[in-house]
Design a protein around this ligand. Structure first.
Ligand code: URP
Ligand code: ZN
Ligand code: ZN
Length: 542
């Protein structure tokens, strides 16, 4: 946006001219001094809005809405200053310099936190379409104000991987954190895990699938679980049996099944259930918490339910595509249509979706992610003759908040406070950033959404903000529209318009030893006490 437009926008935000002038004075020189390198490079999320850098008033009052936290909801005003929530009270009065947003009849909730994304991810001989700017812009348009992306090591090096992701994230327009994948094992990797924790990473992911690429075996998983425990870092698993999938894929090709349906047939739910069970048992053996990403099947979910019933600390993350869709699309006669639904583990047959919803509603599963990992139709066509070459991944970062509302709240399966817990608060607790994130409380970051339950939304690739040319939720219409997104006190989404600028997002460091680690030492001690060993035996004289 040219500076003239910027000035007009700022003036529209506040009727107090002197205040506007102060903001302009503060911002204009830096805009002149620093042209928007990201937009000049043509990386805006859309044609028209790249580089919009409209500052919001640093003081905001959200008036008269129903303020919802995971533990409580009340009609109240929320006062924000300099990116932080200052007060939440039934009646707050402010001066003219404060911008007031009327939220009467609407829900005022913590911005969504997406625990599972892949932006600018180099995978299967290509790179995802969304980078840290376009993916985050899409997220903000859909009410998500923070995400945690999976940093991938380079040739096994965590440090090199971290540095590469730091660079990718320079164009961020919202807050983000990292998980780190572990793809090999030696003393250097173990030491680097310590360094990563110092850099603000408190979770490590182990891929039990993608043989020949990211996959690790049980021996490495065990070492990794032990190291995670000692660091107070959460072990995460992509749970599918990679060796068996390799067999399954060969079988499909032998049978002449080369299309997208071969993907689902080669990696049935039983292989997800098996790996989930194995990871759970190994985590139990080590006595460390486990987080199972993208739980897609009843088989995996039931393993998590069993473990939790027995008292084990296992977190299960369904993703929005698994909750909302069924895998019959993979049998669609048009290759591009079928291929856009291809991800791992596969979106399952009808029935798994409803079972996952019920598990989420009843506390068997704890939070919702997206696994946003998008490839356009040309990229998906890399596997036109062989489903093994179709890049795995679907969208969701922009749609998650609306779809979870529609599927879970509108259907009556969960309360509005549960919605906040499943889309934001529980993620903040698990990754140890609560109540800075995931809450509308004095002192929390002002990451806030305003949802109008009487308004409606529609999903279509024609108007979404992701760079991908398709949308797996195409045509979905539902009730409950996120009308306003506030990111650290800045109104970034309003009147169906995004006001974002690359380089404004912050890296959020996450410290180890979340609540999931409380009391593990006591369990270890009682285990040692229960051993009744070593048995003291008299030396044999024979
Ligand atoms: O298909 C998927 N899920 N792609 C992203 C990588 C992963 O396994 O999370
Ligand atoms: Zn995965
Ligand atoms: Zn993923």
């Amino acid at each position: 946006m040219p500076l003239n437009g910027l000035v007009l926008s700022i003036m529209a935000f506040t009727s107090f001219f002197l205040f506007s002038s102060l903001i302009i004075a503060a911002i204009a020189p830096s805009l002149h001094a620093q042209p928007n390198q990201f937009c000049e490079a043509g990386i805006g999320y859309g044609d028209s809005s790249c580089g919009d850098s409209i500052p919001s008033s640093s003081k905001l009052l959200i008036k008269g809405g129903t303020v919802v936290n995971a533990h409580h909801q009340q009609i109240a005003d929320v006062y924000i200053e300099d990116g932080l929530i200052v007060a939440v009270n039934p009646t707050i009065t402010v001066g003219d310099e404060v911008r007031v947003i009327d939220a009467t009849g609407k829900f005022v909730m913590p911005g969504g936190i997406d625990p599972h994304t892949h932006l600018e991810f180099e995978f299967m001989n290509t790179v995802t379409k969304d980078d840290f700017f376009s993916g985050q812009a899409a997220a903000l348009a859909g009410g998500t104000t923070m995400h945690i992306d999976f940093a991938i090591p380079i040739d096994g090096s965590l440090t090199a991987g971290f540095e590469a992701y730091e660079k990718k994230a320079q164009k961020s327009c919202m807050d983000y954190g990292f998980h780190m994948a572990i793809t090999k094992w030696d003393e250097t990797v173990a030491r680097e895990m310590e360094l990563m924790v110092e850099k603000g990473i408190n979770s490590f992911k182990f891929f039990m699938a993608y043989k020949g690429a990211l996959m690790i075996g049980d021996e490495l998983l065990l070492q990794g679980l032990k190291k995670c425990k000692s660091l107070g870092a959460l072990a995460m698993v992509h749970a599918e049996n990679g060796d068996a999938i390799d067999e399954g894929q060969k079988k499909m090709i032998e049978l002449g099944i080369t299309g997208p349906e071969g993907h689902a047939l080669s990696r049935p739910p039983v292989l997800e259930g098996e790996a989930t069970a194995r990871a759970i048992r190994l985590a139990d053996f080590v006595n460390t918490p486990l987080y199972v990403v993208h739980v897609m099947s009843i088989d995996a979910m039931e393993e998590i339910a069993k473990a939790r019933t027995s008292g084990q600390r296992v977190i299960g993350e369904p993703i929005v595509s698994g909750l909302a869709l069924d895998g019959s699309w993979l049998w669609h006669p048009d290759f591009v249509t079928a291929a856009k639904y291809l991800m791992s583990p596969p979106i399952r047959k009808q029935g798994h979706d409803k079972a996952l919803q019920a598990a989420l509603a009843t506390g068997v599963l704890q939070l919702v992610g997206t696994d946003h990992c998008v490839f356009n139709s040309t990229q998906k066509s890399l596997g036109i003759d062989d489903f093994r070459k179709i890049p795995n991944g679907v969208n969701g970062i922009e749609e998650r908040m609306h779809l979870v509302w529609d599927i879970m709240v509108e259907s009556g399966q969960i309360s509005v406070t549960d919605y906040v817990r499943l889309t934001s608060t529980e993620c903040a607790r698990i990754f140890n950033i609560y109540p800075r994130k995931g809450a509308i409380l004095p002192g929390s970051d002002a990451d806030i959404i305003i949802l109008n339950p009487n308004s409606s939304f529609e999903v279509t690739a024609k108007s979404h903000h992701s760079r991908v040319d398709t949308n797996v939720f195409e045509g979905w219409r539902g009730k409950g529209k996120i009308e306003v997104t506030i990111s650290r006190g800045r109104v970034v989404w309003e009147n169906n318009e995004l006001k974002v600028a690359p380089g404004t997002g912050r890296y959020i460091e996450m410290s180890p030893f979340s609540y999931l680690f409380d009391g593990l030492d006591k369990k270890d001690a009682s285990y040692l006490n229960s051993l009744q060993a070593p048995v003291k035996r008299a030396k044999s004289t024979a």
